[in-house]
Design a protein around this ligand. Structure first.
Ligand code: ZN
Length: 506
């Protein structure tokens, strides 16, 4: 037996209800205390084996979302410390897993939002090109992202029974037109904001279920739990492939084990083995970590890995780098777009490159007018002090800087005075491309402009006297490279053919 909380037993308050996972107590006529236990239900049956920490993890995830989404809709939380409402010997049962909430009138529907085609939605789409009666375009596959998130309400079933999908018109009949529309719009707004945040944290929220309640004035509140692995389908974004059902962060592990155990899916279920329990806790913990970890925390754990893998295993290199100082042989002028890091694309060791990154890797012409450009200063240092032997201008496909140049945003926003200066440098490339290929598609023009901008930079490099002199005496070579992100292919400019040509890839 693990030290999980299968069932709470708070004698100082009146027990109102035990749900599949939550025990609900009455505090007074306005407040409830909800304890999220470590129970887990699968196939609508509560497992006899609890999952340690699950209740605390779910509570933390819900509270995280309640706070984050409060600007869209208020929630049932009161901020009252649960420990202040129970006896001292009961405080362990509420620590980290209980909340004190407003007593509200729950709406009689479950408000489901689907952003992807999964589970029953996918089954229904396969059979008739619709989900919960909403017609969808042809040609969608399993786990595909839907053109727009769908609001698909269902009824609330008693414990043991299955919820039933209802049409939006039926939801209108149950709630009234106004309230149904408010619930739908709120759900879609909640889903969109949560899904976009989670995507940045490495989680796809395929679908989720919200519950709402109203106070005596009819004000709408988000209640129950919010966007947990129990109420949602979470997919790890790095394992997502359209057309395949991705592994999920929820109780799939338990479900798979139950399927293989030969259990008939009727109460009672078998006890879960220790490794299944441990693995499941781990999955819930991982979901919490993914969701709540700040980006800076992620970078810090990256640093810890770097230190272990690079520094500790390769201390000689770092000692050498310190002793010899900086002696790169090549300057790379690259775009600040993080997808095209020159050191990653060329698999370089620390110290190999002197990297200058700016908007769309542009080199301005030599400035003798007292104007100043950081790229020029870095070039001067690299060429005159470090005496590099090569300068590579590294352009790339799908460059945002070049795209905005083609969209001619330079005249739109005079407040961007630094970007306007940059635009002036790049506008030669744009003008050449637009006059050479006026009727071509945006994509073709962008690609041509990305490559043309490299040539403009190569020309501008030669306007710096100390570069020209070194190039003439063959101490310095200039190169134009183009990284095609789609093919992962590196091209180089060949001045004889006047074309960008591929390097051999093996
Ligand atoms: Zn770029």
């Amino acid at each position: 037996m693990n030290n999980a909380l299968f069932q709470s037993d708070i004698k100082s308050l009146k027990l109102l209800n035990r749900g599949k996972v939550r025990d609900i107590y009455e505090v007074d006529k306005d407040l409830l205390l909800i304890v999220t236990t470590d129970r887990l239900s699968a196939f609508d049956v509560v497992m006899p084996t609890p999952i340690p920490d699950k209740g605390c993890i779910l509570t933390e995830i819900s509270n995280f979302w309640f706070a984050r989404l409060e600007h869209i809709v208020p929630n049932h939380l009161t901020g009252i410390d649960p420990a202040s409402l129970v006896q001292e010997n009961e405080s362990e049962q509420v620590a980290g897993r209980a909340i004190v909430v407003k007593k509200l009138k729950p709406l009689p529907i479950e408000a489901i939002v689907r952003g992807y085609l999964a589970g029953s939605g996918w089954k229904e789409y396969k059979a008739g090109r619709s989900v919960c009666g909403i017609h969808l375009p042809e040609g969608l596959g399993e786990a595909d992202k839907l053109p727009e998130p769908l609001f698909t309400p269902s009824t609330k079933a008693e414990t043991g029974a299955h919820d039933e999908n209802i049409s939006y018109e039926e939801a209108e009949k149950m709630l009234g037109k106004d309230l149904a529309a408010r619930v739908r719009d709120t759900c879609i707004a909640l889903y969109k904001e949560a899904a976009s945040y989670a995507r940045g944290q490495g989680i796809i929220i395929a679908d989720t279920k919200f519950e709402f309640g109203q106070d005596s004035q009819g004000k709408l509140y988000l209640i129950d739990e919010a966007l947990t692995p129990d109420s949602s389908r979470f997919w790890p974004a790095d394992q997502y492939e359209p057309g395949k059902n991705p592994p999920s962060f929820d109780k799939q592990y338990v479900r798979d084990w139950l399927e293989s155990s030969g259990w008939d899916k009727k109460f009672p279920s078998p006890e879960l083995p220790e490794n299944v329990v441990a693995k499941t806790t781990e999955k819930y913990r991982l979901a919490l970590k993914y969701l709540t970890q700040s980006h800076v925390d992620k970078l810090v754990s990256g640093y810890v890995r770097f230190r272990k893998n690079n520094y500790e295993k390769n201390q000689d290199l770092f000692e050498r780098l310190i002793k010899q100082g900086q002696s790169p042989r090549t300057i790379v002028v690259g775009c600040c777009d993080s997808r095209v890091d020159p050191a990653i694309v060329t698999d370089c060791d620390p110290g190999d490159l002197f990297t200058i990154r700016n908007v769309a890797n542009l080199v301005p012409p030599f400035e003798d007018s007292g104007k100043f450009h950081g790229t020029s200063a870095a070039l001067e240092y690299g060429v005159r002090n470090l005496e590099v032997e090569n300068i590579i201008v590294l352009g790339h496909a799908h460059c945002g800087g070049i795209k905005s140049l083609l969209d001619q945003k330079d005249e739109d926003e005079p407040k961007h005075s630094f970007i306007s200066g940059w635009m002036k440098v790049a506008s030669q490339a744009r003008n050449r491309v637009l006059s050479r290929m006026p009727g071509k598609s945006k994509d073709q023009q962008a690609r041509a402009c990305e490559q043309e901008a490299i040539l403009v930079s190569l020309d501008n490099l030669l306007t710096f006297p100390w570069i020209l002199e070194r190039v003439a005496s063959k101490k310095l070579a200039l190169h134009g490279w183009y990284f095609d992100m789609e093919k992962g292919e590196l091209l180089h400019y060949n001045p004889i053919s006047n074309r960008f040509e591929a390097f051999p890839s093996d």
